[in-house]
Write a protein that binds this ligand. Structure first.
Ligand code: DAH
Length: 370
């Protein structure tokens, strides 16, 4: 127990032979002291200490009241009345102070309480990468037309990336794809493994595993051994498409890809198909749409079509009979069309992005725009 903070104060003990006058003056002095001390008490704890020191069982006021017995019986009532009055006053003052303190504490509590109407702290949400978003959008267009989404390996065999796609060893068509080879030789000393240069190898993998009807789209990363510039990256996405069944014609290819272009670039688009060469299709085409920026007028200043009025959006064609035969399909029974597009290029055209490298530079200011 800490010692009483009031101990230092003088208190004259009542003697049995004291006079009523000295009793009363002592009482007065004690009352004044008690009131002064009460002023100083600031906390509930201090108030309690004060109460114990003055009004407690061994408190000074209590002792003085007890000392009444030392007065002569006929003096007692007068002194007793004064003493009781002092005691009652001190008790009342204590109660007042306790009330006031409680009020102040409540006020402080309510000042500290939570204002539930304040807006919460802003939460920063992450977002999907723009390439993820465009890949999902494109795949969504094809799934709405009945295509399934499948994925394949990024480290691929030469057999799937080239040979089964009608691109034999040492054929000059291989120059179309600058290839990153895996440093691993087979028993003939050849390098049979690579990072896929396109998503087309999945055409062969899927046809080997299933019989027609086949309708799939294959999104995935591809790699090329190439210097980067505004329109080339050494790592990029492609989305491959393949539809094989009895009686598939070039009209199905046109209808499907035209519908894709309308859904992604707007319903008033025109499409143009021109001959192109890809070893795994015959005939092969390059598909373009009329420029949505200058409405196909081919304005010289148009940054999107660079004045031609047309924008190339993908390669496509009818699956080559050699490819069908290679996976065990009879080309006399089954025909099909295939296509391959670059989602970054689609996003660049759609959103006016000037440099493909922005997608992979991880600059948050760019990524946040999507
Ligand atoms: N794989 C080709 C490339 O990377 C793109 C392509 C062209 C895919 C024509 C196809 C197609 O399926 O039919 O250049």
């Amino acid at each position: 127990m800490g010692h009483s903070p009031f101990e230092g104060h003088l208190f004259v003990l009542m003697k049995l032979d004291m006079t009523t006058e000295s009793y009363l003056s002592n009482m007065e002095e004690l009352k004044a002291l008690a009131l002064k001390e009460l002023e100083k008490a600031r906390t509930a704890e201090e108030l309690e200490q004060w109460r114990a020191a003055f009004l407690g069982r061994k408190g000074r006021v209590t002792q003085v009241v007890r000392a009444l017995s030392g007065l002569s019986p006929h003096e007692r009532p007068r002194a007793g009345a004064v003493a009781n009055e002092a005691k009652t006053l001190l008790e009342a003052r204590l109660a007042e102070r306790q009330e006031a303190l409680k009020g102040a504490e409540l006020e402080q509590l309510s000042a500290q309480s939570i204002d539930v109407t304040l807006p919460g702290r802003q939460i920063t949400l992450g977002g999907l990468h723009p390439v993820t978003q465009i890949v999902r959008e494109i795949c969504g267009v094809f799934t709405s037309m009945g295509f399934q989404v499948v994925e394949g390996p990024e480290v691929e065999w030469d057999a799937y990336n080239f040979e089964k796609l009608n691109i034999p060893q040492d054929h000059p068509a291989r120059d179309m794809w600058s290839t990153l080879w895996v440093d691993y030789r087979d028993q003939q000393g050849r390098y049979p493994m690579l990072l896929r240069t396109h998503t087309s190898p999945m055409q062969a993998r899927i046809m080997e595993q299933t019989m027609p009807p086949v309708r799939v789209v294959v999104p995935g990363k591809c790699y090329r051994y190439e210097a980067t510039d505004a329109t080339h990256e050494s790592q990029f996405y492609q989305i491959e498409g393949l539809a094989v069944d009895e009686g598939i014609t070039f009209a199905h290819l046109k209808g499907t890809l035209y519908e894709f272009a309308r859904q992604v670039f707007g319903s008033d688009r025109k499409a143009r198909f021109r001959c192109d060469y890809f070893p795994f299709v015959e005939p092969g085409v390059e598909m373009s749409i009329d420029c949505f920026a200058c409405q196909g007028r081919g304005e010289e200043a148009c940054r999107v079509c660079r004045g031609s009025g047309w924008i190339e959006i993908m390669g496509a064609g009818m699956v080559h009979p050699n490819v069908l035969r290679g996976v065990g399909y009879d080309p006399e029974v089954y025909t099909g069309f295939a296509f391959g597009l670059g989602p970054e290029r689609i996003a660049m055209l759609k959103y006016g992005i000037e440099d493909i490298r922005l997608f992979y530079a991880n600059d948050i200011r760019f990524l946040r725009q999507f």
